[in-house]
Each structure stands twice: as C-alpha cells, then as structure tokens.
Design a protein. Structure first.
Length: 197
C-alpha cells in the first residue's frame, strides 16, 4: 500500500508526521516511547533544548524586522509550572508594549510569548503561545526541528497581532512599522484615492 502522500499525488504537509507521532503517543500513553513520568519529562527537556535556538532566532528576527531592535528576547529554561508540571517560556518584550495600556483590560499588554508546556496529567509536551492553543512538541533530535519552524512562526505572528489588538496604542506599539513599511500604507491609501486606479 502506498503512503497517503503518494496516493494523492502530492507531498505530505509539514505537520503530518508530527501529528502522527502525537496520535501514536496518545494511543500508547507514552511520549516518544517513554511511559514513566520522569522519563517523559526528560524527553520534554530535550525537546525544549533542541527547539530553543530556533525559537530565539525567530523572536530576534521579529525584534530586528518589526521593532528596530528595541526589544529584549529572553528564555526561562524549563521550570516547574506550579502544579506538578513543567513549562518553558521564550519572550519578546519592548518598552512600547510594556507601557501600553490594554484596550480591554487594565494593566500593560503581555509580551510576545512562545511556551513549551507539559502539565501534570498530560501525555506529552506541547508548544503554544501565551494566547493561543497547543501544538504537539514531538522533538527528539535536531532533525525534527525544521518541521516546527512554520508552527513557531505562526505562533509568533499570532502573538504579535494580539499585542497590537490588545494595545490601546494599536499599530503604534510596533515601533519599527513606520520606518520599515509605513510608507507602504500611505501609498496604498494614495492609490485608492487616485481616480481610475
């Protein structure tokens, strides 16, 4: 029997193998073949270590491209989550985000965060944003990391959008926008106002 990607005539999407491994874990109540919680925590710690460089590089790229390098990128390492689980956080914060009041709730707007979580009672770890759902963290070697780049990028993009949405200063919270692309918005408006365009 041919694999599904050969049957439909196209390549498998980048996430297929990760999701299959996730389903295998759920079916066997294991994390990449390990069953005891201590062993599964070791798999989680290894996964976090392996993806960390990719997450940090992606956050730093956003810092340079969109924030004129005004931000700070930090990584907590793996720490207890306060409820017998583990978590790790990569964070991009910058002065305008830290001082911007929220539109819908008081206090400053949360930074861009990518989190790796392995709560008590869960089968295995996941990647997520501060504000959005979970993706399986199926990483045991460096060869597994490239398949997560689109997921990491989507998490960061969604988190950045939420900072803009939650901020009372909206677009102004992205300090590099006017220097990098603000003239494009002005040009689009001018094009729309030009008769016959």
């Amino acid at each position: 029997m041919q694999p599904a990607n050969e049957r439909d005539g196209g390549p498998a999407p980048y996430w297929r193998d990760q999701l299959i491994r996730h389903l295998d874990d759920l079916r066997t109540a294991s994390y990449e073949g390990t069953k005891a919680r201590a062993e599964r925590e070791s798999v989680f710690r290894t996964a976090v270590e392996l993806v960390s460089g990719t997450v940090l590089a992606a956050l730093q790229a956003v810092n340079v491209m969109m924030l004129d390098d005004h931000g700070t990128v930090v990584f907590t390492g793996v720490t207890p989550d306060g409820d017998e689980g583990l978590a790790a956080t990569w964070e991009l914060s910058w002065p305008e985000q830290q001082t911007s009041p929220g539109r819908k709730q008081p206090g400053p707007v949360l930074p861009v965060r990518v989190r790796a979580i392995f709560p008590r009672g869960w089968t295995h770890g996941h990647l997520r944003g501060q504000r959005l759902g979970n993706w399986p963290l199926q990483v045991t070697t460096a060869d597994d990391v490239p398949a997560l780049k689109p997921v990491i990028g989507a998490i960061i993009a969604a988190e950045l959008h939420e900072v803009i949405y939650e901020s009372a200063s909206t677009w102004q919270v992205v300090v590099g926008y006017l220097q990098k692309a603000g003239d494009l918005g002005d040009q689009r408006l001018a094009d729309q106002e030009t008769p016959g365009s």
